[in-house]
Design a protein around this ligand. Sequence first.
Ligand code: NAD
Ligand code: 2HG
Length: 530
Amino acid sequence: MAPRVLVSDKLSTTAVQIFKDRGVEVDYLPDVGKDKEKLLEIIGQYDGLAIRSATKVTEKVIAAAGRLRVIGRAGIGVDNVDIPSASRKGIIVMNTPFGNSITTAEHAIAMMFGLARQLPAADASTQAGKWEKNRFMGIEITGKTLGIIGCGNIGSIVATRAVGLKMKVIAYDPFLSTDRAAHLGVEKVELDELFHRADFITLHTPLTDKTRGVIDADAIAMMKRGVRIINCARGGLVVEADLVEGLKSGKVAGAAIDVFETEPAVDSPLFGMENVICTPHLGASTQEAQENVALQVAEQMADYLIEGAVSNALNMPSISAEEAPILTPFVKLAEILGSFAGQVTESPIQEIEILYDGITAGMNTKALTSAAVAGLLKPLVQTVNMVSAPIMAKERGIRLSEVRRDKTGVFDGYIKVTVTTEKQTRSIAGTCFQDGKPRFIQIKGINMEAEVGRYMLYTTNRDTPGVIGQLGTAFGKNGVNIANFQLGRDEQGGNAIALLYLDEPLSDEFLAEVRALAGIGQAKPLVFDV
Ligand SMILES: NC(=O)c1ccc[n+]([C@@H]2O[C@H](COP(=O)([O-])OP(=O)(O)OC[C@H]3O[C@@H](n4cnc5c(N)ncnc54)[C@H](O)[C@@H]3O)[C@@H](O)[C@H]2O)c1
Ligand SMILES: O=C(O)CC[C@@H](O)C(=O)O
């Protein structure tokens, strides 16, 4: 039986043609994405779902999607898809990471010009017959400082365009290496410095726990008077109420917003403000970009549904059917080890070494390494997947190496990920037991044996009496249950670590309390996709 795909958002018809040409049955119902009930009613009939941003693929939709095997996002951001739920059901989620990058970068540049010369307001006034020449005094772009927050695919394109416009470009991106910054012609700075120096600020990060609200009242307070802010990335990066206050006070001279805290944005405090330009999430809306992403998503989904080939999957390694049963638990392990390293690493990574010991040395280490690097980059680079992870690492100037060796210790095999940053070298090792479940077996050279939980806390301390007691008391006082508590140290009185497997995530307040405990060095909350 031919696989069947539902296209539930407005997509170029190129996609429909490709599906047909490849022998995939396709229903093009572009309004269904906005009709939750209808989507729930019909999703069970499809093997594939092709979407843009209007369709919300929630846990409920996934639960109703009895035979769904692949969700294809014609675009970059997948925040409208519940990936953990899809993964749990074995549904691949794929996107088209580069198809609309140029177009979105161009929208940000257009927004910058629009703000500098108040083009929309000047147009409305002129067409109303007012000829208000004195009202619309603009500013020049040349020589101004553009601050880019997030210098990945789109941010890098914005950077090179702005350099061409003779702007001074500064960028904040924890994953931007000094070499890559130099190559792009931008100055890498810390976030506070960017706020202090930029005349224009443009956002190009994913929406994550770290980036949510990156432009809030505190950030605005640090900015130059007269700063202009552009958001063509994701709503939620800017706290809209704080932006409104900044605009009212005159601290912010203008804002150009393509993406909103709530979409579709039919009502916003920003609407009607004179120095604000709003567009309805148009960043990717050009004929070229829509052709690119439609073509790409249809090819990728057809490849998978017909041939089982996987590309640009966000939740699935490329693994053949024969090796899958043995490899899959180790792929998950590698991703978890990378994710651990990624979550505790705060400065640019220079080098990643992955050691395969014992049985792991004979496995498909390419898939394992990709999984480890994807796990490592994922906290910062939303679009990374097993296919793109090594390329992304290379583009960021990260050296990647594998070492394979025969069994050396008590375990049949294990994987060790060592990450070197500008500041330090850190390693984390793990293995899978017979039950197929991953375990951490060594952190920073200190042996331990810890289960992997969804919410964990990693702490470091000096090995002195009382520290652990304080930690336990603090958890008890705050009513947070510890499912598992593992300790390790290098020597008596030396460096000690603890890994706590928690039943729930820690609040910011409680985390601050833990960090303030006497003897605690680092306290890092970790989240794993398990
Ligand atoms: N408006 C639109 O229609 C539209 C179109 C395409 C993409 N987007 C959005 O644009 C954003 C960027 O897309 P991309 O393709 O460039 O993604 P990308 O993954 O290539 O780049 C994101 C960059 O953000 C950086 N980053 C992550 N966390 C950061 C932090 N805390 N502070 C600073 N930088 C951080 C990463 O290191 C990475 O370099 C995404 O949110 C995407 O969904 C919007
Ligand atoms: O599909 C769109 O119009 C928006 C896409 C954009 O937000 C993306 O993340 O790729």
